[in-house]
Each structure stands twice: as C-alpha cells, then as structure tokens.
Design a protein around this ligand. Structure first.
Ligand code: PGA
Length: 253
C-alpha cells in the first residue's frame, strides 16, 4: 500500500499571524472531518516551520515540510538553510526541484541530485518535483523530459534508498494557471514515471513509491485526479492557502 499524501505548498505567502491562523483552521478541520489514512504535509516558509509545528502539536495526521534546502551541510552560504538544520527541528519533509526553483533559481538535475542526497542523509523525505513546460508538451517530448528529470536526480540512489522518495509530477503549464492536467493526462504521466522506476528498480519498489500530482488542484477537480490508479495524492499551491478548500481537497482522497 502506497502512502496517500496531500501536501500544501505555501510558497512565499502569509505573514506569521496569517500562517498561524491558517494552521489552526486546517488542524481543527482535519481533526474533525478527515478520516482514513491520508498524511497532510504543510510546506511552510522557513521562518514559520517551528511555529506551525508547535500549533499542530500532537495531531499525528499533519506534519510540516520545508520548500527547499541547500546542497551543502554547513558553511559560508549566506541566506541558505541546510538539511541538518531542518533535521534538528524535526521537520520530516522537504520539497526539492520545484519548477519555480528550476526556473527562477537555475536549479538543475545535478544540483538536485546533491540536494536529494543531503536531505536523505539527514532523514528528511524529499518530495522531488518534475514536470514539463508547455512548449515541451506541444512538441510531444513531455514523457522523455520527465523521465530524464527523474533519472538525473534520483537514479543514482540504490533500491533501498529510492523507496524513501516521494515524487510530485507538476506540469509547469498547470501551476498557478488554473489549467489542470486532465485526469487522463495525469494518470498517463504517473504511469510513465512508475514504469520508468520499475525498469530500474523492479515493479515492487516502483509500486511502493507515492507519486503526487500538482498543478491547479482544487476542491472541484481533486476527486477525479485522486481516483486515478497511479495518483497517490497532491501537491497543492494556491488552494493550500485557503483552509476550507484545502481540507475539501484532503477529503477528496
Ligand atoms: P498551484 O501550485 O496549485 O497553485 O498550481 C502547485 C505547486 O506549485 O506546487
């Protein structure tokens, strides 16, 4: 059984007070309304990780995640946050390779492989993002690109280690645009990713890895997306900033 996960990616949004309110609302509604075995990950900005974690308290269904970490473990890297720092705060998840990091901060496959390694070394679970820009899909090269993104940052891992990864497929053209991939498009790509993992690591390991879909997930489309055989949850941006709708997304799994 693969873990079912709904992760909220707050990106660079909210003041501390707003983050506290959002967390309390989500936490309360999840406790009252969410049944089953879904894990909720709140990927808050770095300064809010501890306050958010504190507010969640002993609510075991919700955990906190970071949105990035450095490839270095420590040193003179002004402004960066390391995996050992996150581990020391008991933050269990970290998003790596989000398309905004790739696009605005020039992060690519080799760098992301290092980030994956340092995160795993410190027992953080990477949520490794992949996905194609619109022009790549229009050229019908999306499957090749996503396979390459998975290969170049994950395929150096051994079979025991790859099991610790969560993958998020996020077509760039669907992020923050209101344009969701159809359930069929999501399922097709998730199946391609899983088959690629199976080719390298075997079917049993591929079947154990959670693959999340991200890109304009909302309360209206989540059910259909999450019903797909190879979609194990979502990475949710805009809607994760609205407590009521985010909880509806969680309940759609
Ligand atoms: P979105 O963002 O849900 O606002 O499209 C998803 C993401 O970037 O993770």
């Amino acid at each position: 059984m693969r873990a079912k996960i709904v992760a909220g990616n707050w990106k660079m949004n909210k003041t501390l007070e707003e983050a506290n309110t959002l967390t309390s609302e989500i936490s309360g509604m999840v406790a009252d309304e969410v049944r089953g075995d879904v894990k909720v990950v709140l990927c808050a900005p770095f300064p809010y990780l501890l306050p958010v974690k504190k507010l969640i308290g002993d609510q075991t269904r919700i955990v906190v995640g970071a949105q990035n970490c450095s490839e270095h473990e420590a040193g003179a890297y002004t402004g960066e946050v390391s995996a050992p720092m996150l581990a020391s705060m008991h933050i269990p998840y970290v998003i790596l390779g989000h398309s905004e990091r790739r696009q605005y901060f020039g992060e690519g496959g080799a760098l992301l492989a290092k980030k994956v390694d340092v995160a795993l070394k410190h027992n953080l679970t990477p949520i490794y993002c992949c996905g194609e820009p619109l022009e790549v899909r229009e050229r019908n090269e999306h499957e090749a690109l996503v396979k390459k993104q998975v290969e170049e940052s994950l395929f150096h891992l051994d079979a025991e280690t790859i099991k610790k990864i969560v993958i998020a497929y996020e077509p760039v053209w669907a992020i923050g645009t209101g344009k969701t991939a159809s359930a069929q498009q999501a399922q097709d790509m998730h199946a391609v990713i899983r088959k690629h993992l199976a080719g390298k690591y075997g079917q049993a390991i591929a079947d154990s890895i959670s693959i999340l879909y991200g890109g304009s997930v909302n309360a209206a489309n989540a059910k259909e997306l999450f019903a797909c055989a190879d979609v194990d949850g979502g990475l949710v941006g805009g809607v994760s900033l609205k407590s009521r709708e985010f909880v509806e997304v969680i309940k759609s799994i």
